[in-house]
Write a protein that binds this ligand. Structure first.
Ligand SMILES: [Zn+2]
Length: 265
């Protein structure tokens, strides 16, 4: 793990890249940001998490780091240990976590629970789509105050540019750097279903509604996947996951129209 702490004092915010070692957009954005030498007005932590996986060009070494939280200090698995070390670095911080996908070229942001803090984090991304992923559970943002941005297609230059734009907008929104920025009012979706299936061809487009009765995935020798009720595909792809086509979501409305979700005990 590589950690840069900028400014003096205790940071309140952190940007995290490369929980997945083959999603380099966040690392590229952090390195571009460091090279630009912005004067920082408040301290900030930048974390490039899975350096060993980056070096191997792999998503992970032993297991998916974003499924290993909270992790164990003395575990045998690299990611199990790293998860504990990452959480230690991020203790008490508000987090922007940067990822890439194989399913959708435009950036969007995941969150777990709509607290006043989360609402502000979502607005600070400047993005126009947000997804409540709490149905799926796990992940770093289930263990810290934070949001995770899918920046675009893995390996694309656009994903790195989106990651940089989101990072700069986010930091400027919180007054960490001086830069123009927008506070967005994203359209919000909530994942309600994990859609299993290996080897299917996904026929739809993410965030475009699939109607009841519509065939949305096919596989030779298997019955077609037909929607029994309308849904919005999220992270659905052909071959993006070993055992999933992706996720089905419902549209909730604009962020400004949604109530905060109370804290769970
Ligand atoms: Zn990822």
């Amino acid at each position: 793990m590589r950690v840069h702490t900028l400014g003096s004092g205790d940071p309140e915010f952190a940007v995290v890249a490369c929980l997945h070692g083959d999603e380099l957009c966040g690392k590229n954005a952090i390195e571009r940001f460091l090279a630009a030498e912005f004067p920082v007005k408040k301290p900030l932590k930048l974390v490039i998490a899975n350096e060993e996986a980056i070096e191997e060009g792999e998503r992970f070494i032993d297991e998916d780091l974003n499924r290993a939280f909270p992790g164990h200090e003395n575990a045998a698995s690299h990611e199990d240990r790293l998860a504990a070390a990452v959480l230690d670095e991020l203790d008490g911080l508000q987090v922007l976590d940067l990822h890439a996908t194989v399913s959708f070229p435009e950036p969007f942001v995941f969150y777990h629970r709509l607290t006043p803090r989360t609402r502000q984090l979502l607005q600070a991304t400047g993005l126009s789509r947000a997804v409540n992923i709490s149905h799926v559970g796990g992940g770093l943002i289930n263990h810290v105050d934070g949001v995770a941005v899918e920046c675009g297609l893995k390996g694309s230059e656009e994903a790195s540019d989106h990651a940089y734009d989101v990072l700069v907008n986010f930091l400027a929104s919180y007054g960490i750097i001086d830069h123009e920025h927008v506070g967005s009012d994203p359209d919000v979706y909530r994942v309600t279903e994990v859609v299993p299936g290996a080897g299917y061809e996904f026929l739809g487009v993410n965030f475009e509604e699939v109607e009841a009765g519509e065939v949305y995935a096919t596989k030779e020798g298997e019955p077609e996947k037909v929607a029994d009720q309308p849904f919005f595909p999220v992270l659905m792809s052909t071959g993006g996951y070993d055992h999933l086509i992706g996720f089905a979501a419902q549209h909730l409305g604009m962020l400004s129209s949604l109530e905060d979700q109370p804290d769970e005990d």
